[in-house]
Design a protein around this ligand. Structure first.
Ligand code: FES
Ligand code: FES
Length: 174
């Protein structure tokens, strides 16, 4: 077998890129290495530390953010692949006025958190679900939230919060 002595990739090229996207309703830009995960970019460059990192390997859901309103695990998602897209973190879920999203409000009212580490990911996952399936059943909620792990609260109150938010979002407005 021939051994080819190749130069390392990117040896002579700039190893960073310009990240430009819409983040929590605002246009942002930052230069960052190609290897930066979306979670690192959000936390370290934009100071959005509501995005938590726990397993760092797409198991626990703590790092969930919305990309074009779809949940993704930002710990394993390259920032490069989020260029030009619409990113929502927990800091961007409430209204600009400060009014909480019904999912956030329901988590508060149902005491659906203890240490709170899983909560941003849980909330964002639930927001995405209820946008897509406004009348999601209990089973569909359980199924959808399967990728979000909580180590302390227990899932009953989390489930109750998502159901409360679903009902609130479906309540006829006068
Ligand atoms: S930190 Fe990303 S899934 Fe656990
Ligand atoms: S509230 Fe502590 S991990 Fe869920």
């Amino acid at each position: 077998m021939a051994i080819v002595d190749e130069e390392p990739l990117h040896d002579h090229v700039d190893q960073s890129f310009e990240f430009v996207a819409t983040l929590n309703r605002r246009r942002v830009r930052a230069r960052t290495p190609y290897s930066t995960s979306l979670a690192e970019l959000l936390r370290l460059r934009f100071g959005l530390t509501g995005t938590k990192v726990s397993c760092d390997e797409e198991i626990c859901g703590a790092c969930t953010v919305l990309l074009d309103r779809e949940p993704v695990s930002s710990c394993t998602f390259l920032a490069y692949d989020a260029r030009g897209r619409n990113v929502t973190t927990i800091e961007g879920v409430a209204e600009e006025s400060g009014e909480l999203h019904p999912v956030q409000q329901a988590f508060l009212e149902q005491f659906a958190f203890q240490c709170g580490f899983c909560t941003p990911g849980m909330v964002l996952s639930a927001v995405a679900l209820l946008e897509k399936q406004p009348e999601a059943s209990r089973e569909q909620i359980v199924d959808h939230m399967d990728g979000n792990i909580c180590r302390c609260t227990g899932y009953a109150s989390i489930l109750a919060a998502v159901e409360q938010a679903r009902d609130e979002l479906n309540r006829p407005r006068t």
